[in-house]
Design a protein around this ligand. Sequence first.
Ligand code: S3P
Length: 173
Amino acid sequence: MATSIDETILLTGFMGSGKTMIGEALAKKLNKPFADIDKIIEEKEGMPIKDIFKKEGEAAFRAKEKAEITNYLTGANVENAVVSVGGGAFLQEDIRDLCMENATVVFLHISWQAWLDRMDMLVATRPVLHGKTISEIRSLYEERQAIYARHHLKITVDGLDPEEASGKIITAF
Ligand code: S3P
C-alpha cells in the first residue's frame, strides 16, 4: 500500500520502543482513534499478557494476536486509525504481509543503548524477557531487528518523548 497519512498507521518495534505512548500521541495529533492490540487481547481475555503466557503458553498468545490484528485491519469494522502491535507480532510472516498491505507500517527503532535505560521497567511485565540475562536480551534485540525490516517508515526514537516522536512520524510522511 502507498504510504498515506490519511489511512491506517501501524506501529511496530521492539518492546519498550514506546509504541503505545507514541501511538496515543500520534492519534491525538491526527484526530484518529487509537488501538493497542495487546490491550484488546487483555480486555477480551480478562487478564494481563503475562498471565496468558503463563496459563496458555506463547503459541496460544500468538494465535490470539494474529486473530486480533487480522480482525482489526480487515474485519467488518475497519477504521482509519493508529494501531500499535506487540513487539513480537511481526515474528509471523503472514502478519507482516497483512500489516504492510493494510496500513502504513512505521518501525519505531530504539538503539540498544537507549533501550538499556528502559530495561528495568520492562522485564517485570514482558514474559519474553523474564529470566533472561542481559546478553540473551541483547541477542533477542538483534534477532528482532530482522523482523522489523518490513516497514514503510523507520523512525529512531532515542531521546524523544511521545510528543516529539509522533511529530517526527508526521513529518516523515
Ligand atoms: C512481546 C511484546 C509485548 C507483548 C508480549 C510479547 C514480544 O508487547 O505483545 O509480551 O514478543 O516482543 P510490547 O512490544 O508492547 O511490549
